[in-house]
Design a protein around this ligand. Structure first.
Ligand code: CU
Length: 229
């Protein structure tokens, strides 16, 4: 066999390995097929007029014992996670109000941009009953960040910081009775499939901490489907 042919075959084999790797990644990313569909809540007066209104309730936990990964926490019981699922579906051209109960402690964001509230109707979120445009970047538990371009015309960017529960209110076992409660409302555009993730580096790793739950769908990231009603 001549060298050029061997090199060409090598490229084909390597290409096959890469494709197999991507296939495995995509398969694992699709592991959790559960989707939480937004609940109808009448209409809401918005800057874009009266729109259909929907709500979604979710939570962020310091481990996986709340039940979304199974009674015993699943394969990574100690991983931080969102619940009750991590895939969400909301209608297009509607006002969406999301309430997140955040049960985790936290530390400093790596990027202060994510301490700001972005993409909501009036640029605010309600944190424990108080309207804010940003929070202290030194004490963030997680963020809920929907971002991306679903196709050539649909785009959506909503990023909400979820302040940390103070260490003094974090029990040794079980969940705090004083979660941070964050509520925000935004308007969807055209239908499209987006992704969301947490932008506070709450995963495993040395300094970057973008491993573990940060790099595995079903914990600190998931799908965000905007569909035609
Ligand atoms: Cu997180």
């Amino acid at each position: 066999m001549n060298k050029r042919l061997i090199a060409a075959l090598g490229t084909v084999v390597l290409g096959g390995v890469v494709i197999a790797g991507v296939g495995t990644y995509v398969a694992s990313a699709k592991n959790d097929s559960r989707v939480l569909v937004a609940t109808p809540a009448g209409t809401l007066d918005t800057p874009q007029g009266k729109l259909p209104h929907y709500t979604l309730d979710m939570a962020a936990y310091p481990d996986s014992m709340a039940g979304s990964h199974g009674k015993d926490g699943g394969v990574h019981a100690d991983w931080v996670t969102y619940g009750p699922v991590t895939n969400f579906q909301v209608p297009a051209h509607s006002a969406i109000t999301i309430t997140i109960k955040q049960y985790d402690s936290g530390e400093r964001l790596t990027n202060d941009f994510f301490a700001g509230v972005h993409g909501t109707i009036d640029g605010t979120a309600i944190v424990n009953g108080v309207s804010v445009k940003s929070v202290d970047p030194e004490a963030v538990g997680h963020t809920f960040t929907v971002h991306g371009l679903a196709d050539a015309k649909s785009e959506l960017f909503v990023s909400i910081p979820l302040p940390a529960v103070p260490e003094s209110k974090m029990p040794d076992t079980g969940y705090t009775t004083s979660p941070t409660i964050v509520t925000f409302t935004f308007i969807t555009g055209d239908a499209g499939d987006f992704v969301w993730n947490c932008e506070y580096p709450c995963g495993d790793g040395t300094t970057a901490r973008f491993g573990g739950p940060m790099s595995t769908q079903g914990y600190m990231s998931g799908n965000f489907h905007v569909v035609n009603a």
